[in-house]
Design a protein around this ligand. Structure first.
Ligand code: ADP
Ligand code: MG
Length: 748
C-alpha cells in the first residue's frame, strides 16, 4: 500500500487524524479533521495545532511531552474549539510515528474522536446520579435498592436508621436478611418484596399492618412500596423499596378509629353540622333517639329537628358558634321523626379546621324525656308525701341511721312540743322522750330497736310520751326502717298518736262490760236459785201440814220457811233490779249500729280494720237499747279480734221473717281466721274463750240470753278454709218485743 493509499484510507475514518512535526506544525489533516473542526486541509497545514484549536490540556503540556517520551503514547480528553468558535470535547490518542522513532524530535500523530455528546451525557448522568444520591439521602423515606438477585445495592440513611444496618454492612447482602418484615397480627413472615415485585412485575404496596424487625430485634410499624427497576432492554435489573416508620400514624389511626367507635357507640346522639346548619354526621344513638337514619338526614338542615317556636335557639347557637365560643348545655325540646317532641339536653361546640377557623359545630344530644318524667314524678311524689305527712292525723318523725331527726310533721310538733326547726338534727331520744306508764322506766329508743331488728316494730305497750313542757300523753306507735333502693338502711320513720282518750274509753268499756256482766250474772243466779227455792218452800209447806202435831218440829219448819222466804225475797229483788234497768223502747237500729262501730273503731279497731255498715234496714224496732248495744258491741269486737290488720268487717241489715215473726236480720261478716268446727258447738257456753287472758268467754253466752229476752236469736257460721276464711254472725230481732213470748215458747 502506498502512502497515498494509506492517506486515502485515513480519510475514510470519521475520527480527526492530525500529524504534526517536532515544532508542532500540522503536517497532515484528514477529512475527519476537516469535518470535525471546520478548518480545511489548506487552512490547517503549517499551523500550530494548539493555536488553531485553542486546546485546553488536562495536565501541563510539558508533563504531557515527558509522558509521551517515556511511554510512546498518551490518551486523554481535550477541550478544543472549532472554526465557528463552538467548544468540543475529544478523546485524544497520541502516538509517535514509527518512522521517526529514533529521532530526537519525532512526528506525532493525534487521533481525536468527538465525544462532546457523550461527555455531555456523562455529565448529565453524573449530575443526575449526584442529584439522586442527594435526594435519596435527604428523602424522608427509607430507600433500599437491590439487584435482580435481591442483593442490596443501595441504602439511604433513613433505611440505615430503621433497619439498624449500615449500608456498608448491608451491601450485597440478601434483602430478606436486612429487611425482615412480619404481619402485625399473625406475626407470620410477610412475602419478600423482591419476590413479590418479581412475581407481579409491577409496583406493589406492602401488605398492611407490616412490622419491620430491626437488627436489634425492635419492631417498627412500616408502610412501604416496592417497584421494579428495568434495564434499557426491559429486563428486571433490581427493585427499589421505599418505606417509612408509621408507628405514630398507626397510633393516630387507631385513636381515630377508637374515636369513631366511641362516637358510634355513644349512648348520646352525636351529630355535626356546618355553619349553615346542614347536618354532616349522625351517629347510631342519634338514629335511635331522633328516629332518622343517617342517610335520611345528612345534608338536611337541623331546623327540621327544632320545634317552630324554638327556631330562634338555632339562630343564637349558630351565631355563638361562628364566633368560636362553645354553647354549653341547654335543656330544650327537639322533634323526633314524625314530630314527636322529646326532652333533650344539648351541648354544642365549634369544630375548627387545622388553621383554627370555625367550620361547623358538633352537637351532643342527650334524651332527657325519661329524666324529665322521672323528675316530674319525683316532684309530684315529694309534693304528695309532703301533703300526706303534714295532713296525716298521726305524728311522724323520721331520722337518719344515727337517730338524728330529719323530718317531723305538725302533729309530731304538737305532741312533742318541739318545732321541727328546733328538733332538726337532734338525737331522737332528746325530742321523743318515752317512758313506761307503770314503771316510769325509759323505753328503748325505737330507732335502736328498728336497727336491731331491721323491720317494723310496735312500741312497747303503755308508753307515755313526755312533751317538752312536761305534759304526758299515752301514745301508741310503730317504727319502720327506711331503705334505699338497694335495701340499705338509710333511716327510721316513727309514727305515733295520742291514745290518752282511747285508753280512757277502753277502760270505760271494760268496766262497763264487767258491770253489765255482773248484773247479768246476778240475775241469772237469782233466776236459777228462785225455782229450787220455790220447790223448797212448797216442800216445807207440805211438811208443816203433816207434822203439825209435833210443835217442836213445826217450830223448826217455820224457821226454815222464814229463811227460804227471805232468800226468795233477795233473789226476787235481785231479779227486779236487773229488770228495772231495762225498758223496751223504739230503737233506731241503724243509728245504734253506727254508735257501736264508732266505739269499736276508736278503741280496739284502731283504724286498722275497715268496718262498713252496708245501708239496709232504716226503721225502728222495739228493744232494750243498752242490751242491744251490748250484744252488737260484743259481736263486732269479736270480729275485730278475729281479723288481722287490714281486715274487713261488713254489717248488713234487712227485713226478714223467722218462724212467722217479722223482724230484722243483722249479719256481721268478717274475713278473719274463722272458728274450727270442734269449737263451734261450745261457743255459747260461758267461759269458752280462745283469747287466754284477754277474753272472758262470756260475750256470746250473755248475748244469746239478751237476744232471747227480745224474742230474737243468734247463729254463727264460719269457715277456716285458707282460701276464703271468715265468720258470719247472724242476729234476728223481731220488730216488737210482744212477739217474743210467742217466739220464746217456740224456741224453748
Ligand atoms: P271472748 O270474746 O271473751 O273470747 P266470746 O264468748 O265473745 O268470748 O267468744 C268466744 C269465742 O268464740 C272466742 O274466744 C273466739 O274464739 C270465738 N269467736 C267468737 N266470734 C268469733 C269470730 N267472729 N271469729 C272467730 N272466732 C270467734
Ligand atoms: Mg267476745
Amino acid at each position: 500500500m502506498t502512502v497515498a493509499d494509506q492517506a486515502a484510507l485515513l480519510d475514510l475514518t470519521s475520527d480527526a487524524i492530525i500529524v504534526r512535526d517536532e515544532t508542532g506544525n500540522i503536517k497532515f489533516w484528514n477529512r475527519g479533521a476537516e469535518e470535525l473542526y471546520g478548518w480545511s486541509r489548506e487552512e490547517a497545514l503549517g499551523r500550530t495545532t494548539h493555536e488553531l484549536l485553542k486546546t485546553q490540556f488536562p495536565i501541563e503540556l510539558s508533563e504531557l511531552v515527558k509522558h509521551i517520551r517515556q511511554k510512546d503514547r498518551w490518551q486523554g480528553e481535550l477541550t478544543q474549539f472549532k472554526k465557528d468558535g463552538s467548544q468540543i470535547t475529544v478523546l485524544s490518542r497520541w502516538g509517535l510515528l514509527p518512522t521517526k522513532k529514533d529521532s530526537d524530535q519525532p512526528d506525532l500523530m493525534e487521533t481525536n474522536t468527538d465525544i462532546t455528546a457523550r461527555k455531555h451525557n456523562e455529565d448529565l448522568i453524573r449530575e443526575q446520579r449526584e442529584w439522586l444520591r442527594t435526594t435519596l439521602n435527604s428523602i424522608g423515606d427509607a430507600v433500599i435498592t437491590t439487584d435482580a438477585e435481591g442483593l442490596i445495592t443501595l441504602m439511604n440513611p433513613i433505611a440505615e436508621k430503621l433497619t439498624g444496618w449500615t449500608f456498608r454492612e448491608a451491601k450485597h447482602k440478601p434483602l430478606e436478611k436486612i429487611f425482615r418484615i412480619i404481619n402485625q397480627e399473625t406475626r407470620n413472615t410477610v412475602e419478600n418484596p423482591v419476590d413479590k415485585v418479581r412475581r407481579l412485575n409491577a409496583v406493589v404496596g406492602l401488605a398492611n399492618h407490616t412490622l419491620l424487625i430491626d437488627k436489634t430485634g425492635q419492631e417498627i410499624a412500616i408502610d412501604d412500596s416496592g417497584a421494579p427497576i428495568f434495564d434499557p432492554n426491559g429486563k428486571l435489573a433490581g427493585i427499589i423499596l421505599v418505606f417509612r416508620d408509621v408507628t405514630e400514624q398507626r397510633k393516630a389511626e387507631m385513636a381515630t378509629a377508637q374515636l369513631a367507635a366511641i362516637v358510634e357507640h355513644s349512648g348520646d346522639a352525636i351529630a355535626t353540622k356546618n355553619l349553615h346548619g346542614i347536618i354532616q354526621t349522625w351517629n347510631a344513638a342519634a338514629e335511635r333517639i331522633l328516629g332518622y337514619k343517617a342517610e335520611e338526614i345528612i345534608g338536611k338542615s337541623v331546623t327540621m329537628l327544632i320545634p317552630p317556636d324554638r327556631l330562634n335557639e338555632e339562630t343564637e347557637i349558630l351565631g355563638r358558634i361562628r364566633s368560636g365560643r362553645p354553647f354549653g348545655r341547654m335543656e330544650t325540646i327537639r322533634l323526633a321523626k314524625g314530630g314527636r317532641p322529646i326532652h333533650v339536653s344539648v351541648g354544642v361546640s365549634p369544630i375548627k379546621d387545622s388553621a383554627g377557623n370555625v367550620i361547623g359545630a358538633s352537637k351532643v344530644l342527650h334524651d332527657t324525656t325519661e329524666l324529665a318524667n322521672a323528675r316530674e314524678a319525683l316532684l309530684r311524689e315529694k309534693e304528695w308525701l309532703h301533703t300526706t305527712l303534714t295532713s296525716i292525723g298521726d305524728a311522724v318523725i323520721a331520722t337518719d341511721t344515727q337517730g338524728l331527726i330529719t323530718l317531723m310533721n305538725p302533729v309530731a310538733e304538737n305532741l312533742t312540743g318541739w318545732s321541727f326547726k328546733e328538733a332538726k338534727g337532734r338525737p331522737l331520744a332528746e325530742v321523743f322522750r318515752i317512758v313506761n306508764q307503770d314503771t316510769r322506766q325509759v323505753v328503748e329508743n325505737p330507732v335502736e330497736k328498728v336497727r336491731r331488728l331491721n323491720r317494723v316494730v310496735g312500741l312497747a305497750n303503755h308508753t307515755i310520751l313526755i312533751a317538752k313542757d312536761g305534759q304526758e300523753r299515752a301514745i301508741d306507735d310503730s317504727g319502720a326502717p327506711i331503705f334505699d333502693p338497694d335495701r340499705k338502711l338509710v333511716g327510721v320513720v316513727l309514727v305515733f298518736r295520742d291514745v290518752t282518750q282511747q285508753r280512757q274509753l277502753e277502760s270505760a268499756l271494760q268496766s262497763n262490760e264487767r258491770l253489765a256482766l255482773a248484773g247479768r250474772l246476778a240475775a241469772t243466779i237469782a233466776h236459777e236459785i228462785h225455782n229450787p227455792l220455790d220447790t223448797v218452800g212448797n216442800v216445807l209447806f207440805l211438811l208443816e201440814q203433816q207434822l203439825a202435831q209435833q210443835p217442836q218440829v213445826a217450830q223448826l219448819l217455820k224457821t226454815a220457811q222464814g229463811e227460804v222466804r227471805r232468800v226468795t225475797e233477795i233473789s226476787k229483788s235481785m231479779l227486779s233490779l236487773h229488770r228495772e234497768t231495762r225498758t223496751a223502747s223504739p230503737v233506731n237500729l241503724a243509728e245504734l249500729l253506727r254508735g257501736v262501730v264508732n266505739l269499736v273503731n276508736e278503741t280496739i279497731a284502731k283504724g286498722r280494720r275497715t268496718i262498713t255498715i252496708v245501708p239496709g234496714f232504716e226503721g225502728a224496732i222495739e228493744a232494750y237499747p243498752s242490751e242491744l248495744r251490748q250484744v252488737f258491741t260484743n259481736v263486732v269486737k269479736n270480729a275485730v279480734e278475729a281479723t288481722q290488720e287490714k281486715g274487713e268487717i261488713k254489717i248488713y241489715s234487712e227485713v226478714a221473717t223467722e218462724s212467722g215473726v217479722d223482724g230484722v236480720l243483722v249479719r256481721v261478716v268478717d274475713n278473719g281466721a274463722g272458728i274450727p268446727a270442734h269449737m263451734q258447738s261450745k261457743l255459747f257456753n260461758p267461759f269458752v274463750t280462745t283469747k287466754e287472758e284477754s277474753g272472758t268467754g262470756l260475750g256470746l253466752w250473755v248475748s244469746r240470753s239478751m237476744l232471747e229476752k227480745h224474742g230474737g236469736s243468734i247463729r254463727l257460721s264460719s269457715s277456716v278454709e285458707p282460701k276464703d276464711p271468715g265468720t258470719t254472725v247472724s242476729i234476728f230481732l223481731p220488730l216488737t218485743i210482744a212477739a217474743h213470748k210467742h217466739s220464746q215458747s217456740q224456741h224453748s
